[in-house]
Design a protein around this ligand. Structure first.
Ligand SMILES: NC(=O)c1ccc[n+]([C@@H]2O[C@H](COP(=O)([O-])OP(=O)(O)OC[C@H]3O[C@@H](n4cnc5c(N)ncnc54)[C@H](OP(=O)(O)O)[C@@H]3O)[C@@H](O)[C@H]2O)c1
Length: 301
């Protein structure tokens, strides 16, 4: 496994991270087996959120990772508020809510510090200064090591890039969602890393049947991208997932690709794909991807 620094922080994360949202919370023994398998693969970076399973996801991974806490990078998110017995959730990035939530997350994660604490979204109506002050306070208190955001809204992430100490932004990024690329220079200028999520477009770039459009790509265009992935896999003698990973990880601004895993078979496939990926990791495949139709963010600009 290869590891990268996250922005200007001290964190060193595996270039494949485990996106814990897809773990089977209703089957803790399978989830724990997936987590153990991920550790064996060299994955040290685990991403969750307080909202996933309304705390259940954090509790699950807190228990599974307790014994290796110091060896891993634990990332979680804050900003969504829910109430017992009520459906849905509301957005609340206030100081009071963040200070309350961090205590709950620490308890569920069975730890006294979070490596990467991320604002789980955000709008341009938020009080940026208050969010920053709160995150800085948590750093001073030793409750978090550093902080980032998870935002695909240009008007939000550019504001944070320009006026805050964030070290990362988690963004959906793949061959089918190239929207972040327009902003790569800006991220590099501020030494902020991108954590890529959705590199396989929920499996659409792998073996799942294409029966729907994806963002600005209609079904035919999705088929074309999938065809390109298959063609490049054949050309280099690797699987499709390796190509999807390569597309994200070859960009220096991307520190890690978070992969969502639901079953142990998917983890076994990821292991094979990562071995494949290492064969092409240092190849210049710029020309191979040159036919890709790039898309841009249309909203929140
Ligand atoms: N706003 C946010 O902050 C935000 C939003 C979304 C995700 N995330 C984070 O990013 C992580 C990854 O996101 P994601 O789950 O959207 O992206 P993803 O990695 O593209 O999709 C995960 C899904 O891909 C499918 N999959 C995995 N391996 C496969 C294989 N070998 N063959 C076919 N399908 C396979 C599984 O779908 P099935 O379940 O259908 O098998 C799995 O649930 C999440 O776990 C979470 O930590 C954050």
């Amino acid at each position: 496994m290869r590891y990268n620094k996250v922005g200007n922080s001290e964190l060193s994360v595996s270039e494949i991270g485990l996106g814990c949202m897809s773990l089977p919370e209703d089957d803790p023994s399978s989830a724990t087996r997936i987590i153990s398998g991920a550790l064996e693969l060299g994955i040290n970076y685990f991403d969750t959120a307080d909202l996933y399973g309304r705390g259940a996801n954090e509790s699950l991974i807190g228990k599974a990772l307790r014994g290796v806490r110091k060896k891993i990078v634990l990332a979680t998110k804050v900003g969504n508020q829910w109430e017992e017995g009520k459906e849905g959730w509301t957005w609340n990035p206030s100081k009071a809510h963040i200070l309350r939530s961090v205590e709950d997350s620490l308890q569920r994660l069975q730890t006294d510090y979070i490596d990467l604490y991320q604002l789980h979204g955000g709008t341009c109506e938020d009080n940026f200064e208050e969010v920053m002050e709160t995150f800085e306070l948590l750093v001073q208190q030793g409750k978090i090591r550093c902080y980032g955001i998870s935002s695909i809204r240009p008007n939000v992430f550019t504001a944070y890039l320009q006026q805050s100490g964030i070290v990362s932004d988690m963004m959906q990024y793949s061959l089918l969602d190239t929207r972040p690329e327009e902003f790569f220079d800006e991220f590099e200028k501020h030494s902020v890393s991108i954590v890529a999520r959705g590199a396989m477009a929920q499996g659409l770039l792998l073996d799942k049947v294409v029966d729907k459009s994806y963002l600005d790509h209609n079904i035919e265009e999705v088929q074309v991208v999938k065809g390109l992935v298959t063609h490049l896999g054949d050309k280099y003698g690797v699987g499709k997932q390796a190509i999807a990973l390569k597309y994200c990880l070859e960009k220096p601004v991307v520190c890690s690709a978070l992969v969502g895993i639901r079953t142990f078979d998917q983890l076994a496939q990821l292991q094979q794909s990562y071995t494949d990926y290492l064969k092409i990791a240092d190849k210049d495949m710029h020309a191979d991807f040159s036919t890709l139709r790039k898309i841009r963010y249309r909203e929140h600009r």
